[in-house]
Design a protein around this ligand. Structure first.
Ligand code: FAD
Length: 387
């Protein structure tokens, strides 16, 4: 049972991935400590956040996403000092490789927009690539873009750092507790039902990733997010991988790899993947994925699979998140639907959510275009750099 001290809360954050943990941390940092964070799994960060590839990049096609990356990456750099937690942040660089002429105009526009916003991404011709990544087979690559201030970072450490900081400030964090329903008074949220009791509150944050449509249904709100399985393979130690090997992404092929400890982590998105809460590895797709990964990085022919898993992308119709209070129920704030690139935006989005709750609106970055209302207006402007 939820003990008597936590039967009411100034805010209830549902979901203990990067979004929920960052929100709880930033609420507490800004002075709101009467906060309860609820996670249905036994461990925080156990779902998409802990299952992700850990890539961080400035290379997006939408100005708001680029601005979120600028702020978030600064926050990740300051993270160890702010929280005392090392997060394995490494600026390995992140290389987009293009093989389809149809992608060139939009990728050139994206790089131009990044420059306008102060992000130094380089546009590369194939002859520039051979020296940068001699171990990668770049046959058919017609251009690339590279940002040396992109890289990788450990998602679990980020969640743990935020959770530790939030707890120390007085936030109650409960795992193995599932939110099962809500009560409203008039048009306002009033009570959160959980598997261990009820909590009265006027502020609820749905940081529930791919499961947010279920929570929306409990409130009578249609949340357009679809769960889509994505798989990862980590190899045994890969001798000979060049030092400073970057995060490499073949854009059209949705194939990526980066160093992971002594081995390599690789993913490839299945364009025909069914929608649904599928968390088992599809062995047929893994064969397709590995064959292509070996073709592009021949060193992988010499190594084995150390581990593999599947996780869920949380896809919206325009691949942008839903951020902000929903118009249907006052006090319910959604931050979900990051469409496969949310880990890197967790730090800034938690801060923005705390600003929304405590100051009335996000201040550090204007995320107005991510409001739920865009679906009511039919005003969608897709992010293109989705893997
Ligand atoms: C294979 C893969 C690779 C990825 N690679 C990258 C990458 O390189 N870079 C990047 O930035 N992003 C990447 N992503 C995307 C990133 O993982 C997500 O966008 C991000 O983690 C979303 O965070 P979240 O907190 O919203 O969701 P989650 O981490 O899924 O957290 C939501 C939490 O809510 C909990 N929950 C749901 N319903 C309830 C309930 N009723 N009661 C209580 N708790 C509930 C869930 O158990 C879950 O822990 C990848 C994702 C996958 C699957």
């Amino acid at each position: 049972m939820i003990d008597s001290g936590t039967k009411t809360a100034a805010a209830v954050v549902v979901g203990g991935g990067v979004m929920g943990a960052s929100t709880a941390f930033h609420l507490a940092k800004m002075g709101m400590t009467d906060v309860v964070l609820l996670e249905k799994e036994a461990n925080l960060g156990a779902m998409s956040t802990g299952q992700c590839a850990g890539g961080i990049r400035h290379q997006f096609s939408s100005a708001t996403n680029i601005k979120l990356s600028i702020e978030s990456i600064k926050m990740l750099e300051a993270f160890p000092e702010e929280t005392g937690q090392d997060i394995g942040l490494r600026f390995t660089g992140y290389l987009f490789l293009m093989t389809d002429p149809a992608d060139i105009p939009s990728q050139r526009d994206a790089v131009a927009l990044q420059h306008e916003l102060g992000v130094d991404t380089e546009w590369l011709a194939p002859e520039d690539l051979a020296g940068l990544i001699p171990q990668v087979n770049i046959e058919g690559v017609i251009a690339g873009s590279f940002n040396e201030h992109d890289g990788i970072c450990d998602p679990n450490s980020v969640v743990q750092g935020y959770a530790k900081g939030a707890r120390a400030a007085g936030v109650t964090i409960l795992s193995d507790v599932e939110v099962t329903g809500f009560e409203t008074t008039g048009d306002k949220v009033a009570v959160v039902h959980t598997s261990v009791g009820d909590i009265s509150t006027e502020v609820v944050v749905l940081a529930t990733g791919a499961w947010t449509p279920d929570l929306g249904r409990m409130l009578g709100v249609d949340i357009p997010i679809e769960p889509v399985r994505r798989q990862i393979v980590v190899t045994t130690p890969t001798p000979g991988l060049q030092s400073g090997f970057p995060f490499v992404l073949f854009l059209k092929e949705a194939l990526y790899f980066h160093p992971e400890g002594p081995g390599v982590l690789s993913g490839k998105s299945n364009p025909n993947e069914r929608r649904g809460y599928l968390l088992d590895v599809d062995p047929e797709w893994e064969m397709v994925h590995l064959a292509e990964a070996m073709e592009r990085l021949p060193l992988l022919e010499e190594v084995g699979v150390l581990s593999h898993w599947a996780g869920l992308y949380e896809i919206t119709p325009d691949a942008h998140p839903i951020f902000g209070e929903v118009p249907q129920v006052k006090g319910v704030h959604v931050m979900a639907g990051f469409s496969g690139h949310g880990f890197m935006h967790g730090p800034i989005c938690g801060l923005l959510m705390a600003e929304e709750i405590l100051k009335g609106a996000p201040e550090t970055v204007d995320v107005g275009e991510f409001a739920y209302e865009r679906f009511l207006r039919g005003d969608l402007n897709p992010e293109l750099n989705v893997v």
